[in-house]
Design a protein around this ligand. Structure first.
Ligand code: ATP
Length: 450
């Protein structure tokens, strides 16, 4: 964990977006709802609605495609959330996965000591208690007996599911160093101060990859630099703005218990710079610990050098929800089209929940039926919305607001010559094209994504 969540003032940023605008848009349009909403919500827990779940899947798919499927040196796994409790003894999480907690003696608010500057309460200026260590793992019981022998934990990171499968991977996959193992899945942390919407929650999803390299500092440094650069570029590719992203190497004192060096990719949220992704040098810490606790060897046989050793690890670790928040924030824009203000999410088409919206210009003259036929055809390839309610301008704006990159309008001319207009979300330019070419054109404009 990084100790400092640098809340520096955002200087010179002219972004129209605020957290409030994003939270409202997400609720209004069905991206993200407070969890258990009818009961007043459950603190800092969220449910993803119909549009949010599509965006989230697209973020995960983009990551999986680029980190696993389009590479020959990384493979995926999907490990269980519930793991043998020895895992957490070995990994150091039982001992070390703690945050320092302070309480205000006056207003009773609770803070992470490393988030408080000075020794007074940031809310009321009152006196603070001594810092106490607080373990972030959620505990539960396996089976009917609620005793210490049956205590298990919800995993606080997906990484350990990869390390405990190291021998299974090496024994079954004919791997050669360097190679990576990636996983996407839920993690749970009983955070003291969750907040800022989906930035910090107690239940969240992670996308982590453990990249195993030869155990020497040259290989470690080379691949560490490679992954920092690769991950940096990945965010830019999907729409994060270059000046909203920076690299921050951790100081010695804030390194996690397993880390030999960490660089955070920080994003400029409306509330300040904060971690988006961490890239860590985990060395052989995890494999050494699991070897010791399990009595298994957990080594790799290097055919060329004819020797056995434990590889070192470089880990890029990203939160799905946090990535989604960053993509939403940088996509959000407000502009004026034909004297009308609009909100537009300039999401990368590959991430957009709905790829194309189909509209009949009028609700008569066979246009709705024709538009439904066009919708059906397009829906064989991509996610489609259909809308015939209200003026065409309003319908465009409804789609702009959720980031739909393309709009297809069926009008009177369509009924004569089987052409439609294709509208671009960002430029609002329209082009007339034959229905016969529509699916191919749509596919090309949204980056061939199916
Ligand atoms: P922080 O310092 O913000 O608590 P961390 O350094 O503990 O984060 P890691 O353990 O490096 O985070 O986890 C990797 C990634 O998982 C983070 O970069 C972040 O994107 C995501 N993540 C971690 N904790 C949370 C959380 N409580 N809610 C949402 N995402 C999280």
């Amino acid at each position: 964990m990084s100790a400092s969540e640098a809340h520096e003032p955002t200087t010179g940023s002219k972004r129209p977006v605020t957290m409030e605008k994003i939270v409202n848009l997400c609720k209004r349009r069905g991206f993200v709802f407070p969890s258990s909403d009818i009961y007043g919500g459950l603190g800092s827990t969220f449910d993803y609605g119909p549009l949010g779940v599509e965006l989230k899947r697209n973020v995960k798919e983009a990551w999986w495609r680029d980190m696993v499927q389009r590479r020959s040196d990384v493979m995926g796994i999907d490990a269980a959330i519930l793991m043998h409790p020895r895992t957490w003894e070995a990994s150091g999480h039982l001992q070390n996965f703690t945050d320092p907690l302070v309480d205000c003696k006056k207003c009773k608010q609770r803070f992470r000591a490393d988030h408080v500057a000075g020794d007074r309460c940031p809310a009321c200026g009152g006196e603070l208690t001594e810092a106490r260590r607080f373990n972030l793992m959620f505990k539960t019981f396996m089976g009917p007996l609620e005793d210490s022998a049956n205590t298990i934990y919800l995993r606080p990171e997906t990484a350990q599911g990869i390390f405990v499968n190291f021998a299974n991977i090496v024994d079954t996959q004919r791997v050669k160093l360097p190679f990576g193992v990636a996983q996407i899945g839920k993690s749970f942390r009983n955070e003291i101060t969750p907040g800022n919407f989906i930035f910090r929650t107690r239940e969240f999803e992670q996308m982590e990859m453990e990249f195993f390299v030869k155990p020497n500092e040259q290989d470690e440094a080379r691949w560490f630099d490679y992954w920092v650069e690769f991950r940096h570029h990945w965010f830019l590719k999907y729409g994060i703005k270059a000046d909203h992203l920076r690299l921050r190497p951790h100081g010695q004192e804030e390194l996690s218990h397993y880390s030999r060096g960490t660089t955070d990719l920080e994003f400029q949220y409306p509330f300040g710079w904060g971690e988006l992704e961490g890239v860590a040098k985990r060395g052989s810490y995890d494999l050494d610990q699991h070897a010791q606790f399990s009595g298994k060897e957990l080594t790799y046989f290097d055919e060329e050098a004819r020797e056995r050793y434990r590889p070192w690890v470089i880990e890029p670790a990203l939160g799905v929800d946090r990535a989604m928040l960053a993509f939403l924030l940088d996509a959000y824009d407000e502009d004026v089209v034909e004297n009308e203000e609009r909100i537009v999410l300039r999401l990368d088409p590959r991430l957009a929940p709905i790829k194309v919206a189909v509209f009949p210009l009028l609700r008569k003259g066979g246009q709705p039926e024709k538009a439904q036929a066009v919708r059906e055809e397009l829906q064989r390839h991509v996610t489609v919305a259909y809308d015939q309610a209200g003026s065409i301008g309003r319908r465009y704006r409804r789609q702009d607001e959720v980031g739909t990159p393309l709009g297809v309008t069926v009008d009177h001319q369509t009924m004569e010559d089987d052409t439609v207009t294709l509208r671009d979300r960002d430029s609002t330019q329209q082009e007339r094209i034959p229905i016969a070419r529509l699916a191919a054109e749509v596919s090309e404009r949204i980056g061939g994504h199916r």
